[in-house]
Write a protein that binds this ligand. Sequence first.
Ligand SMILES: Cc1ncc(COP(=O)(O)O)c(C=O)c1O
Length: 377
Amino acid sequence: MSVSRRQFLKTSAVAATAGPLSLGAGIDYCAAAEGSPVDLSMGFPPGAVRLNFNENTLGPSPKAIDGAIAGVRESYRYALSGLLPPHIGSYHDVDPDWVLMGTGSSEILRLTPVAFGRNGGNVVTGLQTWGGMLAVAANLGMDVRRIELRKDKGYVFDVERMLDAVDSETRIFMVVSPNNPTGATLSYADLRHIADSLPNDVLLVLDQAYIDYYDGGGSGLDLVKEGYRNVLVTQTFSKAFALAGLRCGYGLAHPDVLNEIKKFGTGPASINIAGYGAVLGSLDDPEHAIRSRTYVRKTRKFYQQQFAELGVNEVSGPSPFMLFETGNRSQEIYDELLARKVFITHGRSWNMPDYLRVSYGRESENEVFFSTLKSIL
Ligand SMILES: Cc1ncc(COP(=O)(O)O)c(C=O)c1O
């Protein structure tokens, strides 16, 4: 289906102002991409149901789209990403020098072991978690200590066992909250307990890519604001603001921590000008994150209900995806879904081979996912 930009913006604007209850009511928010004059399929076959990358199919805020388009028109110019921290700073109520922009939060995460672990030592983290920085840490020769999450509590980080693994060689203690793929969250009390328990020379890294989906507290930024100097929080516009393809993320920490990271990367060219415009547009429409959260909450209920009807166990949290238990049929079910062009992720990626992870999609995609799954089970 081909949809003009004007039609798309109109549709998005309706979606954006229609109020939470009507969100996702059969509106194809991302239909505009299908009318593209260039091939943006990224190699996926026509009709693919792409539920494998935790993308936000609500799409960006109309203001972010306008900002990105304005940026593209200026794309003969370099963007100066150093001009964004004042905007992010006022959004989060921190000084600009406590904000560092990255090409996605991944850039900040990957630079962190270079900055803090290049002379060796170990990283303590969880086993069933997203390891964006861990490969870099291992390649630097760091000892990556991955502690099993607590299955009995719905796969939450086993904070005490993780703290027990810290020793004089520990350089980084890393948690993801809400966690990918289990959705587990750490409370503010948990975060504070970790920060208080760690020696001063250990950097606590809190990957909070999905924090905008969670309104239950547990913001690492509050820890930073409270004066903890060895805490780095990473956040992103990829998820609740739906700018994954524009690669805009950031770190929040004491300037001493950020200056250390800056020695090894980031800089004016970390953000492209379309992303720059989209970030400004997103910050002008912060309610978009709330719309995303509302959609995810509603979709999670739908998924829980569907899995309950199928008698399949699920593991999830406020984040936009769900694990479902497939036991020794994981590979077979994964392959069958793939053969029907339904793309999800094997739990093997996070040492959970008995599970598959599905990212929430558009309503129509979620329905296709369940009807396909039902035909396989
Ligand atoms: C937990 C987690 N952190 C970070 C990222 C990377 O996000 P970004 O797009 O900001 O690089 C992802 C991507 O899926 C993620 O799941």
